[in-house]
Design a binder for this molecule. Sequence first.
Ligand code: ASP
Length: 327
Amino acid sequence: MNNLLSIDDLSKEKIFYIIEKSIAVKNGNKLYVTMDSYIENKIIGLLFFEPSTRTRFSFETVIYKSKGNVLNYNEKISSTKKGETLYDTIKTMEIYCDLFIIRHPDNDIFEKITKYTSKPIINAGNGSYEHPTQSLIDITTMFEHNKNTNSIFKNILFVGDINNSRTINSLIKCIYKISNSINFYIFSIQEDFNPKIKNFIKNNNIKITRVFSYDECIKDMDFVYVTRCQKERQNLDIIDYKKEMIITPNVMKKMKPTCGLLHPFPRNEEIDIKCDSDSRSLYFKQIENGIHVRRIIMEDILSKTQDFNRIKSHGTLDGGYMYSEEY
Ligand code: ASP
């Protein structure tokens, strides 16, 4: 894969490859753990125009562990503050970087940026549209859970701010790509989906059932995927998270013993902290899997760059440096 801008960039086989390889790396499969790293010695530009904790730090963690280098672009202390355009920022950063990881509030940002640069790009979240690396983490965590519990996946319930959740949008696309027999349910604070994903749902005839209480469906769910209210994206007055949507130990009592509870985080009030000790709560596993999944994605993209980029530097006895093509 050359870029990861949307789940549309991935084949079903590629999604399975990422899931399987990430789980193998996590479990210390020697074949993968000892593999050469394409991240080593690379300079990776993290350009985040929106806040982030897990996405940014998981990418950074992998890059540091793989002996790569990070250039962290910070809008507040960069020339954007002096009126620099996005075009000039990208044209400048592409001189330094081998790969871009970009988060931006504009849904259509990659249509613009791909015109400015041919450097590989990973989408770390574009507006309320997509967050493909998060959904690959989610699906990997779901597969891992099903393997551990020996259960099968038929029904998933999405809860929260469906209208604005880029993680739900990408996950629906991702699940649909690997199986068209999964039943989707939503328990939503708002009526609708983002127009772009609405078209995807319509064009693919995906059936989504809307419920108005957990009691309507929770006992049949294999996964419950909860999201926060994206207050920063509401045009209207702030919509409050509905009390009856909060997952408490009492709600969890109604779930199957094999059901998995997911949340892309950050969490606000949607899941009571008392649920954290329930083995069906998978959100901290999602965070852990983020490191492995994002590593596999970066390795895959960087493995497509030309061989001359894979030059390693070595200290020589006289203290100078020589450069050798290592691979
Ligand atoms: N971290 C996720 C995202 O960037 C979910 C969220 O912010 O609610 O979309």
